[in-house]
Design a protein around this ligand. Sequence first.
Ligand SMILES: Nc1ncnc2c1ncn2[C@@H]1O[C@H](COP(=O)(O)OP(=O)(O)O)[C@@H](O)[C@H]1O
Ligand SMILES: [Mg+2]
Length: 211
Amino acid sequence: MSNRIIAVINQKGGTGKTTLALNLAAGLAQRGSTHLVDADPQRSITQWVGMGGGNSGLPGVAQLGGNPTGVLGKLARSHRYVVVDCPPTVQGETVAAIMRMAHLALIPILPSPIDLWASVDMALAVKQAQRDNPDLRACLVLNQLESRNALSRDMREAVAEFDVPVLSAGMQRRAAYRSAAVEGLSVYGVGKRGQHAVSDIEAIIEEVLCL
Ligand SMILES: Nc1ncnc2c1ncn2[C@@H]1O[C@H](COP(=O)(O)OP(=O)(O)O)[C@@H](O)[C@H]1O
Ligand SMILES: [Mg+2]
């Protein structure tokens, strides 16, 4: 099964890693058994899932501890999908171990050329990781889009030049992403309020599962 271990990664904070990881995992959980991994020392995804209590319908969250390879290997054997919320860095042994094990790296970025160029190190890190793990694929995921066709010409040109492909599906800027987080839920868990955000995530999942 390809794309079993999906790492959500960007060395920049605030680009939507935790938001994408959690909602992606919630959508994947409807397709097959899914587990989250919180690799960020800030523990935001652990707190988020903890807030929703037992009835949030969210996948379980594991920590990597001192043995990332062992923990990821074990989860990947017992689940169809493992989604890893990475720390905001490309340095260090933990991220290196995740990138060696992952099938897909999703890199959420904000739709500005400045943010894109800040991700150049990410592209280099992915290239480096692909030497050890040739099966690793990587895609940018645009986040906080203002409208489906709002990408500026500058941004389109910048994305086209970038070494890592960009998914055609992305996440729009929507209040539902924030309010679901406040309630400890995914956008799937907030009913009608979340329906447009669910469409974003479903489109991302459909695209990712076809890679
Ligand atoms: N598409 C979106 N629409 C509205 N708010 C968003 C969206 N994506 C992320 N956010 C908000 O932006 C902030 C940063 O997102 P977060 O997922 O925590 O980023 P990271 O994990 O990369 O630091 C959070 O408050 C989150 O709720
Ligand atoms: Mg985060």
